[in-house]
Design a protein around this ligand. Structure first.
Ligand code: ATP
Ligand code: MG
Length: 386
């Protein structure tokens, strides 16, 4: 029945001068998906359309994942003459009735093209009349109809009855580039997704302590990155071995400071990777109060180790909310696999919850911080994840 889909852009429409750039990025991303299928897109007054009669469900599924899209709608495209619209409305209604029990309806017309000679109200009434005449048993119900036939008048006329929610957000690459500190846990993949949804291009760094942590821990992070790449395109994944760093920390610093000092190392390494590649910020899955290293005092001490902004999109969220998103984006099942990362292997029994910056810095003086960091970065491995 359907011969086109329409794509609504939502928030982007409001972005004034940036709009052109946003639309360009978004159409590039849509094109990447549809060119493989031999399809093309066109614009008609603020919406994007793709004409096709094949595999519409499949196409909608692929398009919905692109950030910046608010709705995707299967449409029946037809000419603008009243007679033609009437015939098409009848065909659409016949088809809907073959597929479901429909007793009541309403017509909802909108003119994106205001020069169209009929007013929306008149169209609603006249097309409603046509339907009533053709289907003797149907009734109009403007409040709670079994089906609403939307009539969208542009340079062509588009009829539709349902729309599917897109991911929303802003197109990828319209808001800088970030480096996600990606552990194998539940939180950081969700944090990555949330920033990507605001248009941030993603890169990821994961810290391991091979051979103390297993190869499977790295495989798990790779799989998580692959899941993210479904939404975020290609992602650079950096693997950094922290074993020497942990060894030095354990040799020279009080045990209860291990976690916080290690976290400051992660931030410094992240910052160095980011600065060398002109990324704009670091991203973590920290959420206030969740564990010892995420108390108010701890976060302050962590922040003071770097100058680059640290984005923490989960900071005010509850674990249950984070898990829900994790399930929705398809990372949950992998995140709960039981391979330990370096934090859990080296975590002290009683980590400090109220670390003091001066004391932490005093402990760090006993370690050759920058030699360790340079060494870790020199040995870093890089993988491009599609
Ligand atoms: P997650 O579920 O993301 O592992 P978490 O609740 O386990 O988070 P922490 O272990 O305190 O919390 O880690 C806080 C944040 O620090 C993580 O969300 C992540 O951004 C970063 N991080 C921790 N460990 C690693 C690691 N091994 N590699 C990369 N980043 C890490
Ligand atoms: Mg973790």
């Amino acid at each position: 029945m359907y011969n086109s889909i329409s794509i609504s852009l939502g928030e982007m429409v409001l972005k004034g001068k940036n709009r052109g750039q946003f639309e360009k990025k978004l159409t590039n991303q849509i094109n990447k998906v549809i060119k493989k299928k031999g399809l093309s897109l066109y614009r008609d007054r603020g919406k994007i359309f793709i004409d096709t009669e094949n595999d519409i469900d499949e196409l909608i599924k692929d398009i919905k994942n692109i950030f910046g899209i608010v709705y995707v709608t299967p449409c029946f495209k037809t000419g603008r003459e009243f007679e033609e619209i009437s015939q098409s409305v009848i065909r659409l209604m016949e088809w809907k009735r073959e597929n479901g029990d429909i007793k009541t309806f309403k017509i909802l017309s909108k003119r994106a093209d205001k020069s169209y000679p009929f007013k929306s109200m008149d169209l609603n009434r006249d097309l409603g009349g046509v339907v009533l005449k053709h289907f003797g048993d149907l009734k109009v119900d403007v409040h709670n109809p079994d089906v609403t036939i939307n009539v969208d008048l542009r340079s062509q006329c588009y009829l539709y009855t349902e729309k599917y929610k897109g991911t929303g957000g802003l197109p990828l690459g319209t808001n800088g580039e970030g480096l996600v500190l990606l552990s194998g846990g539940i939180d950081s993949p969700v944090a990555a997704y949330m920033m990507a949804r605001r248009g941030v291009k993603l890169n990821c760094v994961t810290f391991h302590a091979y051979p103390f942590t297993s190869e499977r821990a790295n495989d798990k992070v790779r799989t998580l990155t692959e899941r993210l790449a479904v939404f975020c395109g290609q992602i650079n994944l950096y693997y950094v071995n922290m074993l020497d760093i942990y060894t030095e920390i354990r040799k020279h610093c009080p045990e209860d400071q291990t976690t916080i000092i290690a976290r400051r190392f992660m931030m410094r390494i992240g910052e160095k990777i980011a600065n060398d590649r002109e990324f704009d910020f670091l991203i973590t899955g920290e959420s206030l109060g969740q564990v010892a290293s995420q108390t108010a005092k701890s976060l302050g001490v962590i922040d003071s180790s770097v100058n680059l902004p640290i984005l923490r999109p989960l900071i005010g969220m509850d674990k249950t909310e984070i898990i829900e998103i994790s399930r929705n984006i398809g990372t949950y099942e992998d995140s709960i696999l039981p391979y330990e990362d370096c934090c859990s292997v080296f975590s002290p029994k009683h980590p400090q919850t109220k670390p003091r910056k001066d004391r932490i810095e005093l402990s760090e003086e006993k370690i050759d911080i920058w030699a360790l960091i340079d060494d870790a970065i020199n040995k870093m491995e890089i993988e491009k994840i599609q």
